[in-house]
Design a protein around this ligand. Structure first.
Ligand code: ADP
Ligand code: MG
Length: 780
C-alpha cells in the first residue's frame, strides 16, 4: 500500500544517510582505505554489474582477498545507495558457526555499526539480528531450516553461498533446492563463492553461469618435497625408482612388507627412520590413488616434523610457521613432544600454539598476535587453517599431507574416521598460506610422486557421510522422492547409501513403508539434532523423564565433557568410572557428572568439582544452555506442557532412562557374552566389535546385561562403539524396534529378526507369547 511504500522509502533514506555519515567520518575513511587495499575492490564494479545482469554468478579468489567480508557488503552498499536499502535482504551462508559469528562482527565493524543493526548473524539456537537487519550471515543449516517454513524465501533478494569449494553436504543440498527455486523466483540472485579454482563445475551446474576471478596478491612459495627435505636436513634417501623392472614377485613381496609395516605403525610412525622407510616404500613406486592408500602409513613421523622445525628455527629467516596436522589428538601429542625439546620447547625462542575447531575462542585469538622480537611463532593446526582463518605473518608451511576426514562405508553402513591423503587442491591451498606477506617456503612431508597421485579435489561430503538427516529433510520440505531428488545433485550419492538411509528412517519409524513422513518424522525434523537423538527427546517427554534425557542428548550433540588428558588417562578414566558404579552406562555417567556439577555450582564449587573429576566446565555450561533451548523448543512444538516451569518434577528413574535409550538408539544394539577373561560383543551387521577405551564398560571384568545399546559406531581398524548403556532382555523386548504406522507388527517383526540372529530361543519364545498378548490387547 501507499503507506507501506512511504515507510520503506523513509527507511531507505535513513540507511543512505547513515552510510554516508560513516563513510565521511575519520574512522570510516580509515576503514574505507583498508577495504580499498583488498584485491576484491578492483573487481567491485565488475562484480556488481555481473550480479545485476545474471541470476547466478560464481566468484573465485585466493583466501584473504575479500570475498566474505567485502562482496556481501558491496551489494548492501549499492542497494542502499540506490535507495533500495530497506527493500533488500541479503543472506550469506557459512559452513561453520564460528565463521558466521566472526565475519558478521567484522562486517558490522567495517560499517561502523553494532552487530544486529543492518548486519546480523544467525546460527543454530543462537543469533544476533534485528528487525532492520538487511545482511544476514548464517550457517547453511539455518537457511535450510528457513526453507521449511518459507519455501520461496519471500523477501530475500540475494543468496550468497560461501566456501562452496568445501562441498559440504548442506551446501550441495541447498544447491539442488535453489536451482528449482530460481525458476520460480526470477528476480532472486544467487552468488557462489569459492576459494580454489573449480569454479567451472558450479558454473556448468547452473547452465554456464558467468564466473569472475579475483586475482590475488600472493608471493611465490618455494616448494620442498620429502626428497629435498631429507637432504636439506641431513638425511639421505635412496629411492626404488625402477619398480617396474622388479617383476611381479618382488612387487608382491614389497607389498607384503608394506602391509606389515602398516600394521606395526597404525596411527603414527614415530621416528625419522620410519618415515624414511615409509618414503622408501612410497617413493617412486606409485601410480594411482589406489596404490597410494595401500602403501602408506597413516601418519608421517613426529620426529621428522621436529627435525624440520629445528631446521627452520635454526637456519631460516624470521617468520611464523604453520604446521598442518591430521587432527586434534595428533596436535596435542606433538605439542607435548615439542614442549620437552631443548630448542623448540624454549619459550624465549619459540611460541608454540595449537589451532583447531574445538578450541576456546580466547585461545584461538592468540594465534593472530605477533610474538616478541626474536621469538618464532609455530602454530599447529588442522585443515581449518586452510581457508576459514588467515594467520597473516606465516612464511613457512609444514604439511603432513593428511587430514582426518569422515567417510562412509555404505556396504557395512558404518561411518569411518580415518586420516587420509588430502587433495591436490588442498595441498595448493596449504602451500598458498606461506606467501601472504613475503615469498614463503612450503615443506611437504611426502615425496613428489605421492603428491602427483593425489586426487584433484576432495570427495564431496554428500558422497562420504550417512544421509539420514538429509533424507528426512527432503521429505519435510516435500521435495518428492528421495532418490529422484538426490539424483539431481552436483555429484549424486550412491544408490546404496540412499537406500540405507531410507531403510534406517523406516526402521526408527520416521518414514512409513511408502516413504511418507510419519508424525514422528515430522516432529523429528523440527528438532535440530540427529533423528535418533530427536527420538530420545520425544520419548523422554512422553515418558516423563525429559530432564536426564535432555542432559544426554545435549552432551551427545555438544561433545563429551569428560576430559581425557594424554598423560593422565588412567586417573581420568577412574574419575569417570566413579560416576557409573554398577550402572554399566556411559550415558548415566554423564547424567551423574552433570548433576554433580549443578550441585557444586549452586555452592560456588563448580570449578573445583570439574578439576577434581576431569570434567570440562565449558562443555558442561554448553550442555546446560543447550538443555534450556531444547526445553523451549519442545514446548514450542507442543510436546511439553506450555505451563511447565522446569524439569525438576521429572523422573530420574534409571530403568525408565534405559528404556528410552533402547527405543531411541535401536537398532544400535550389540549382544554381550561374558567369557572367562574377556567380553565378546557382537552386532548384527559387523560381527565382533570393540568398545572405546574411555567407555566405562571397557574396563569392567564382566557386564551383567545381555545387551548394550550404543549411539555411534566408528570403523577405525576394527569397529568401535562409542558410549554404551546396558539393557535387559525385557527392555529390549518392550522398547526395541519401531512404532510406526506398521504399528506393533512392524516393531515385532524387526525385533524378531534380531532375536533370531542372536539365537536366543528362550527370548524368542517369550517374545512370541508377548506378541500374542499384545495383539490381543490391541484387538480389545
Ligand atoms: P576471503 O573471504 O576472500 O578469504 P575475507 O573477506 O575473509 O577474505 O578477508 C579479507 C581481509 O580482511 C583479510 O585478508 C584480512 O586482512 C581482513 N580481515 C578479515 N577478518 C578480519 C578481522 N576479524 N579483523 C581484521 N581484519 C580482518
Ligand atoms: Mg572467506
Amino acid at each position: 500500500s501507499a503507506v507501506m511504500e512511504k515507510i520503506l522509502r523513509q527507511k531507505s533514506l535513513r540507511l543512505q544517510n547513515q552510510q554516508k555519515d560513516w563513510q565521511e567520518s575519520p574512522e570510516g575513511q580509515k576503514m574505507l582505505e583498508f577495504r580499498r587495499s583488498l584485491p576484491a575492490f578492483k573487481e567491485k564494479d565488475a562484480l556488481l554489474k555481473a550480479i545485476a545482469e545474471n541470476q547466478v554468478i560464481v566468484v573465485s579468489g585466493e583466501t584473504g582477498c575479500g570475498k566474505t567480508t567485502q562482496l556481501p557488503q558491496y551489494i548492501l552498499e549499492s542497494e542502499i545507495e540506490a535507495s533500495r536499502g530497506a527493500a533488500c535482504s541479503i543472506i550469506c551462508t557459512q559452513p561453520r558457526r564460528i565463521s558466521a559469528m566472526s565475519v558478521s562482527e567484522r562486517v558490522a565493524a567495517e560499517r561502523g555499526e553494532k552487530l544486529g543493526e543492518s548486519v546480523g548473524y544467525k546460527v543454530r539456537l543462537e543469533g544476533m539480528k534485528g528487525r532492520d537487519t538487511r545482511l544476514l550471515f548464517c550457517t547453511t543449516g539455518v537457511l535450510l531450516r528457513r526453507l521449511l517454513v518459507d519455501r520461496d524465501l519471500k523477501g530475500v533478494s540475494h543468496v550468497i553461498i560461501d566456501e562452496i569449494h568445501e562441498r559440504g553436504m548442506n551446501e550441495d543440498f541447498l544447491l539442488i533446492v535453489l536451482k528449482e527455486l530460481l525458476r520460480r523466483r526470477p528476480e532472486l540472485r544467487l552468488i557462489l563463492m569459492s576459494a580454489t579454482l573449480n569454479a567451472e563445475l558450479f558454473s556448468s551446474y547452473f547452465g554456464g553461469a558467468p564466473t569472475i576471478h579475483i586475482p590475488g596478491f600472493t608471493y611465490p612459495v618455494r616448494v620442498h618435497f620429502l626428497e629435498n627435505i631429507l637432504e636439506m636436513t641431513g638425511y639421505r634417501l635412496t629411492p626404488y625408482n625402477q619398480i617396474d623392472d622388479y617383476g611381479q614377485e618382488k612387487k608382491w613381496k614389497m607389498q607384503k612388507q608394506a602391509q606389515a609395516f602398516r600394521k606395526r605403525k597404525s596411527e603414527i610412525a614415530s621416528t625419522v627412520e620410519d618415515a624414511l622407510e615409509a618414503a622408501n616404500f612410497k617413493g617412486y613406486s606409485l601410480r594411482t590413488q589406489e596404490s597410494l592408500s595401500c602403501w602408506c602409513p597413516d601418519s608421517i613421523g613426529f620426529n621428522l616434523i621436529e627435525h624440520v622445525l629445528c631446521h627452520i628455527v635454526r637456519k631460516e629467516r624470521p617468520g611464523a610457521v604453520l604446521v598442518f596436522m591430521t587432527g586434534w589428538d595428533d596436535i596435542n601429542s606433538l605439542k607435548d613432544q615439542l614442549q620437552s625439546h631443548p630448542l623448540l620447547g624454549d619459550p624465549s625462542r619459540v611460541l608454540l600454539l595449537a589451532c583447531h575447531g574445538s578450541m576456546a575462542s580466547s585461545e584461538q585469538r592468540l594465534i593472530f598476535d605477533k610474538p616478541e622480537e626474536g621469538v618464532r611463532k609455530i602454530v599447529l593446526a588442522t585443515n581449518m587453517a586452510e581457508t576459514s582463518i588467515t594467520i597473516n605473518d606465516v612464511v613457512f608451511v609444514v604439511d603432513c599431507g593428511k587430514a582426518k576426514e569422515t567417510s562412509y562405508d555404505a556396504l557395512n553402513n558404518t561411518p569411518c574416521l580415518l586420516p587420509s591423503w588430502i587433495s591436490k587442491a588442498a595441498a595448493r591451498q596449504r602451500r598458498g598460506r606461506a606467501g601472504r606477506v613475503q615469498p614463503g617456503e612450503c615443506y611437504h612431508l611426502y615425496p613428489r610422486c605421492v603428491h602427483d597421485a593425489f586426487a584433484d579435489y576432495q570427495l564431496p561430503e554428500l558422497l562420504r557421510t550417512p544421509l539420514q538427516s538429509l533424507c528426512l529433510q527432503i521429505k519435510t520440505l516435500q521435495l518428492g522422492s528421495i532418490s529422484e531428488f538426490l539424483a539431481r545433485a552436483l555429484q549424486p550419492p550412491e544408490p546404496l547409501s540412499v537406500q540405507n538411509a531410507v531403510e534406517y528412517l523406516k526402521t526408527i519409524g520416521a518414514l512409513d513403508e511408502n516413504e511418507n513422513l510419519t508424525v514422528l518424522g515430522r516432529n523429528l525434523s523440527m528438532l535440530p539434532v540427529e533423528p535418533k537423538l530427536g527420538k530420545m527427546l520425544i520419548l523422554g517427554a512422553i515418558f516423563n523423564c525429559l530432564d536426564p534425557i535432555m542432559t544426554i542428548v545435549a552432551g551427545l550433540s555438544v561433545k563429551d565433557p569428560f576430559l581425557m588428558p594424554f598423560d593422565k588417562k588412567d586417573l581420568a578414566e577412574s574419575a569417570k568410572a566413579q560416576f557409573a558404579s554398577h550402572d554399566y552406562s556411559d550415558h548415566l555417567a554423564l547424567v551423574r557428572a552433570y548433576e554433580g556439577w549443578k550441585d557444586a555450582e549452586s555452592q560456588q564449587a563448580g570449578y573445583e568439582y570439574c578439576w577434581r573429576n576431569f570434567l570440562s566446565a565449558q562443555t558442561l555450561r554448553a550442555i546446560d544452555s543447550l538443555k534450556k533451548q531444547f526445553f523451549w523448543l519442545l514446548k514450542d512444538i507442543g510436546l511439553v506442557d506450555q505451563n511447565a516451569e522446569n524439569c525438576n518434577t521429572w523422573s530420574h528413574d534409571e530403568h525408565l532412562i534405559r528404556a528410552v535409550f533402547c527405543s531411541g538408539l535401536f537398532p544400535g544394539i550389540c549382544s554381550v557374552v561374558n567369557k572367562d577373561k574377556t567380553i565378546a560383543l557382537k552386532t548384527m551387521e559387523d560381527g565382533q566389535v570393540l568398545l572405546y577405551s574411555n567407555s566405562v564398560n571397557a574396563a569392567v571384568p564382566r557386564i551383567p546385561f545381555p545387551w548394550l545399546v550404543f549411539n555411534e559406531k566408528v570403523k577405525v581398524n576394527s569397529v568401535f562403539l562409542r558410549d554404551s548403556t546396558g539393557v535387559s532382555d525385557s527392555v529390549l523386548l518392550l522398547f526395541g524396534g519401531k512404532v510406526s504406522r506398521g504399528g506393533l507388527d512392524g516393531h515385532l517383526k524387526m525385533l524378531g529378526g534380531y532375536l533370531e540372529f542372536f539365537m536366543k530361543p528362550q527370548l524368542a519364545e517369550t517374545y512370541l507369547s508377548l506378541k500374542k498378548e499384545l495383539e490381543e490387547l490391541i484387538q480389545r
